[in-house]
Design a protein around this ligand. Structure first.
Ligand code: HGY
Ligand code: MN
Ligand code: MN
Length: 414
């Protein structure tokens, strides 16, 4: 009897070694570490009888052929990590479905459609100021302008992909025919505390939160910290602090809203000079787009009002936004059935993190299976999921594939 959870843990431990030196896992897209992960996954999946290709967005595609014309069910997640991240975020969602296919094969089960397990190159957007190129390419929402974006060393995405042996100009041709795709299921660590609190190994995602980002620049006036009177100062950091505090109060008192100011730079940033300029980046997330947009508009009003009161200049720009994506009711029904056959209660929860599934929703019905994270930790070396929980997830995925029907090519997420 195969211990599928132990198999998963062993493979993930090997993949975690394919990292830049340092604590945790650092595997960024189009790097030697990414190449090593592709090679390891390719050798393993070809041995399991799947055909493996690398598309021009850097997505590894492991395909189990099915009857002609029956359509394809897509699974998978991202291979990249954040810097000094964990060994499960993303890559576990590639390994578990591959093992579910092996489990089905060991049981002699034949599926009435083809299955592809995808390992997307870049979901985190850590190396380049963009993300989801692979999933957006399949979903026809890819913007070629992102190829001109560059990393911290000045290398463009185009150059990095070309050096990686890809043809970035062919990415647009990767778009899939929606009529051929039955759906997409992403398996992912929860990255939060809910499943642990509910004492459940897996959970079903109801919707993926929408997200928007704002850049706020504040220009005040610097001066000697000791000789400039407090009266009449135009301290840019005082305005920024008021924005951060008020934004936090609004998010804490608004249901289904999370707000974070994760980036803030100060100029001249010396202890004995009054801060002249601040650049901060705020992020808002919500499963409800109206809530998120209202909070974003409120942030701009607040910033302008404080700037007037403090006598500083301000510029607010919404630099990014991504709509909330509800999961497909039809796929959720199948997932619920598979979970109730395998582990018990079906805890359903929204995803506060974004995922490739957010982009795949433009192509086909989507669903997500969450796997319990110890202490809800993620994006850190301590990220962990037990082999037992992974074994349960593999069983759920195998059962789910036997429940999905090719006719589910129609249907939407709404
Ligand atoms: O930011 C996110 O939600 C994801 O981890 N990239
Ligand atoms: Mn992540
Ligand atoms: Mn992830």
């Amino acid at each position: 009897m195969t211990d599928w959870g132990a198999r998963a843990a062993g493979i993930l431990a090997k993949l975690a070694e394919l990292s830049q030196p340092g604590p945790g896992v650092t595997r960024l897209p189009f790097t030697p570490e990414h190449r090593a992960a592709i090679d390891l996954l390719r050798s393993w999946t070809e041995a399991a009888g799947l055909t493996v290709t690398l598309d021009d967005a850097g997505t590894l595609v492991a395909r189990l052929e099915g009857p002609a014309g029956a359509g394809t069910f897509l699974m998978g997640s991202h291979q990249d990590s954040v810097c000094q991240g964990g060994a499960y975020d993303g890559i576990m969602g590639v390994v578990l479905p591959l093992l579910a296919l092996e489990k089905l094969k060991s049981e002699g089960a034949k599926l009435p459609f083809a299955v592809e397990v995808l390992a997307f190159a870049d979901e985190e957007g850590v190396r380049f100021p963009t993300a989801l190129v692979g999933s957006r390419a399949l979903a026809s929402s890819y913007d070629p302008q992102v190829l001109d974006m560059h990393d911290a060393k000045g290398m463009t995405l185009r150059a990095a992909m070309t050096d990686f042996g890809l043809n970035p100009d062919a990415i647009g041709a990767l778009a899939r025919d929606p009529g051929e795709v039955i759906g997409f299921l992403e398996t992912h660590i929860e990255q939060g505390p809910v499943l642990e609190q509910e004492n459940e190994p897996v959970g079903i995602v109801s919707a993926i939160c929408g997200i928007e980002r704002h850049q706020i620049t504040i220009i005040g006036q610097t001066g000697h910290a000791g000789t400039l009177p407090m009266e009449g100062r135009r301290d840019a950091l005082v305005t920024a602090a008021a924005i951060v505090t008020e934004l936090n109060r609004v998010a804490t008192s608004t249901p289904n809203l999370r707000a974070t100011v994760g980036e803030l730079t100060v100029e001249p940033n010396v202890v004995n000079a009054v801060p002249r300029a601040i650049r901060l980046r705020a992020e808002l997330r919500s499963p409800c787009d109206d809530t998120r947009k209202a909070a974003g508009d409120g942030l701009h009003r607040l910033a302008r009002q404080l700037a007037q009161e403090h006598g500083v200049q301000i510029d607010c720009t919404r630099t990014y936004s991504q709509a909330a994506q509800p999961c497909s009711p039809e796929l959720l029904k199948g997932l619920r059935e598979a979970v109730s056959q395998s582990s018990g209660r079906c805890v359903t929860l929204p995803s506060g993190a974004t995922h490739d599934a957010s982009a795949m929703a433009d192509l086909c019905p989507i669903a997500m299976l969450f796997v319990r994270s110890r202490d809800g930790i993620s994006h850190k070396p301590e990220e962990f999921t037990t082999p037992q929980d992974m074994s349960t997830a593999i069983t759920v995925l195998a059962r789910f594939l036997k429940i999905v029907h090719p006719h589910q090519t129609v249907g939407s997420n709404k």
